[in-house]
Design a protein around this ligand. Structure first.
Ligand code: PGA
Length: 253
């Protein structure tokens, strides 16, 4: 089965020139993605969608970092889903912890998930606890967050949803660093159990679960090898072409 690899550029790089350099460096080593059975998705910020769509099509699919929900009408400063759809994104990240920190609610995430599915896009729904406490309260938190973020998604649509488990404490430069593979294995099983209760065993088996949070070229392989996670959602390292290519190559081992 192909690994899913998502590069979440967040609000980087700072200029179109830097974005061009990043894409052209990735492009030169694009065999690293193809040869290692990787389905690569790149999620640039909106101003770089056109560039990535045109220059990285050969080795990746386009993703967006959130779904715009502005209705068509006179709303200065807003963008609509139809505009974004014209770039042909296949996938949208939803409910990233950085968006949840800005006020995105579970209801908002589930509404966007249904909109994305209706528009023929795959939603990558991010979930994850803020604190990994010793009492295991995070299991309950996660179960509730998954149920609320997928509310209203029909059983027959659910197989097209990707769940990204991103413990908030492991995301970003100031975090504690990645979860280890053995613990991730447990969390993936737990998430599968929740999805089985929500939909069915058959549907839950078809839903890909990926991991994100301080993934790099040194831990990517063991995170996937030790768990049943189908792929990785990568922030910082996806902006460093050399490291991102090393990460892709490491998955083949
Ligand atoms: P990170 O970010 O890899 O920089 O920890 C992951 C994410 O935010 O998706």
């Amino acid at each position: 089965m192909r690994h899913i690899l998502v590069g979440n550029w967040k609000n980087f790089p700072n200029s179109i020139q830097e974005a061009e350099t990043l894409i052209s460096t990735l492009s030169k080593s694009s065999r690293a993605f193809k040869n290692n059975k990787i389905s690569l998705f790149l999620a640039p910020p909106t101003p770089f969608l056109d560039l990535v769509n045109k220059k990285a099509k050969r080795f990746s699919s386009l993703a967006i970092q959130d779904l715009p929900i502005s209705p068509i009408g006179t709303y200065t400063g807003e963008i609509t889903l139809d505009m974004i759809k014209s770039f042909g994104p296949k996938v949208t990240i939803l409910g990233h912890s950085e968006r949840r920190a800005l006020g995105e609610s579970d209801e908002g995430v589930s509404m966007k998930a249904r909109m994305a599915l209706k528009a023929g896009m795959v939603p990558i729904i991010c979930v994850g606890e803020e604190v990994h406490d010793h009492e295991g309260n995070y299991f309950q938190f996660l179960s509730e967050q998954i149920r609320a973020s997928l509310r209203g998604v029909k059983k027959e649509e659910a197989k097209n949803v990707i769940l990204a488990y991103e413990p908030v404490w492991a995301v970003g430069a100031k975090s504690k660093g990645s979860m280890d593979g053995a613990e991730l294995a447990q969390m993936v099983l737990f998430i599968k159990k929740v999805l089985t209760e929500m939909f069915s065993r058959g549907v839950a088996e078809k839903m890909a679960i990926i991991y994100g949070g301080s993934v790099d070229e040194n831990n990517a392989h063991s995170l996937l090898k030790q768990s049943r996670a189908r792929g990785l959602l990568v922030g910082r390292v996806s902006l460093d072409a050399k490291k991102f290519i090393a990460l892709a190559k490491s998955l083949a081992k």
